[in-house]
Write a protein that binds this ligand. Structure first.
Ligand SMILES: Cc1cc2nc3c(=O)[nH]c(=O)nc-3n(C[C@H](O)[C@H](O)[C@H](O)COP(=O)(O)O)c2cc1C
Length: 425
């Protein structure tokens, strides 16, 4: 347990959160003796085990539907479970959906061809979509129905509310009554909601974040993940504040503030609504390298300051292949969320993601996710350290060129080269 690290980090204003929290419950889902299962799985199918357990929740694989259109109603969430997604995070809900008014069109795509080209691979996706515009009562009814029909599967509610303690408490209470397994807090929607002091407006202001996380974690009885905005200078700061103030996990990243482009015929920006537009959130393949950098910074901070055992990290951004997920896991992610990838390729994508991740694991003889989670993190260092390492390597190469240190170093295979290395002309 990271209790020592956690205790060291918390300040007096958050000391009410115990390091080990009795309120966290274990999912009945896929719980089993991990070692026993692995031996059995290897004997039967020789397939690497993709199952993960995060904050006491066990999932058949680390692939999670990210909050957005793929988790917007009962029908699509049921489809996600049927196709085999490890967990589903529903579209963000708030108390009063009547205040959420969407526009159409609300998406615009960037293709790998020329500006405005209709051809080419989609590499970037911008949306100006708000949180769920469906009445909360209906969403809650659907969460309850899903949990009744799929009691062993992990359903996570994504929530967002205005700057109002009573409002947050009511929303948490109501979503928890449906039987959902965890809550993700949307501290990160970059458009529309910040105008109401919601979403990124909280995630970009650490003082506000500390206060709101305090309200949330004093109320919640299931694990809470804080979803981070990348639209901030140092993403580790809100991540640290969220963990210090009681959250069990960090999810990153939400979309990146963007202007998708200008139509060079009409001179109007995209997506174009009655001739006008507004900056939106950028996602898909193009954001993957940025997401990797943000996840790497958060993972390093979590490891150094909180220990990496009790807290979870859910990585998001541009995942379409098993290799994209492998990269996030190598940086320390426990789970990997996919949103735009599902919008482009459909729910069946999870099968491809699982088999590609297993191929990667087989290549390296990894039998479970923990065998390689975080393995690449140690290879990130400072530029100064890179310079030091390179100078040391050059010194070593020069030393080799100067010839053998002793007669005992002569080898049969390298004899001619070794002779050459000691000739002066
Ligand atoms: C159309 C659309 C709607 C989204 N709506 C939400 C939302 O309601 N709540 C939320 O937390 N994130 C929302 N997101 C952000 C995604 O969950 C995800 O963080 C982001 O798109 C990056 O991942 P991706 O490249 O896999 O899409 C939305 C993304 C898109 C594309």
């Amino acid at each position: 347990m990271a209790s020592l690290g956690f205790t060291r980090q918390i300040n007096s204003s958050v000391a009410e959160f115990p390091a080990t929290r009795p309120r966290r419950r274990q999912s009945s889902g896929f719980s089993r003796d991990r070692v026993g299962f692995r031996v059995f799985a290897q004997a039967a199918a020789a397939e690497p085990d993709l199952s993960v357990t995060v904050n006491g929740l066990t999932m058949p694989n680390p692939f999670v539907i990210g909050s957005g259109p793929p988790g917007t109603n009962y029908t699509v969430m049921k489809r996600a479970f049927d196709e085999g997604w490890g967990a589903v995070i529903a579209k963000t809900v708030s108390l009063d959906a009547a205040k959420v008014v969407n526009v159409t069109p609300r998406y615009a795509r960037l293709k790998a061809g020329a500006n405005g080209s209709a051809k080419g691979q989609i590499i970037g996706w911008q949306n100006i979509e708000l949180i769920s515009d469906r009445p909360l009562e209906i969403m809650l009814k659907e969460f309850k129905q899903l949990k009744e029909e799929y009691p062993d599967r992990i359903l996570i509610a994504s929530i967002m509310e205005e700057y109002n303690k009573a409002g947050w408490e009511e929303l948490i209470d109501r979503v928890e009554q449906t039987g959902i397994d965890a809550i993700e807090i949307n501290f990160s929607c970059p458009h529309g909601m910040p105008e109401r002091k919601m979403g990124a407006a909280v995630g970009q202001d650490c003082a506000l974040l500390e206060e709101v996380c305090g309200w949330i974690n004093a109320k919640a009885t299931v694990p809470v993940w804080a979803k981070m905005t990348p639209n901030i200078t140092d993403i580790t700061q809100p991540a640290r504040v969220s963990l210090q103030n009681g959250c069990e996990g960090i999810a990153a990243i939400n979309t990146i503030m963007s202007v998708m482009g200008i139509n060079l015929d009409t001179l109007r920006p995209e997506p174009c609504v009655e001739g006008y537009s507004t900056p939106g959130g950028y996602s898909a393949k193009a954001v993957h390298p940025i997401a990797l950098a943000k996840v790497m910074s958060i993972a390093k901070m979590m490891k150094q300051e909180f220990g990496d055992k009790e807290y979870s990290l859910s990585a998001i951004g541009g995942v379409e292949k098993g290799s994209d997920a492998a990269e996030f896991i190598l940086l320390g992610a426990n789970t990997v969320q996919v949103c735009t990838g599902v919008m482009m390729h459909g729910y069946g994508l999870v099968k491809k993601l699982c088999s590609e991740l297993q191929e990667f694991m087989k290549k390296h003889n990894f039998s479970c996710i923990e065998d390689f989670r975080g393995s690449s993190l140690e290879y990130f260092t400072t530029h100064m350290d890179l310079v030091r390492r390179q100078q040391e390597a050059i010194r070593e190469r020069k030393a080799v060129k100067k010839g053998l240190q002793s007669d005992k170093d002569w080898t049969g295979d390298g004899f001619v080269k070794e002779t050459e290395s000691m000739v002066s002309n």
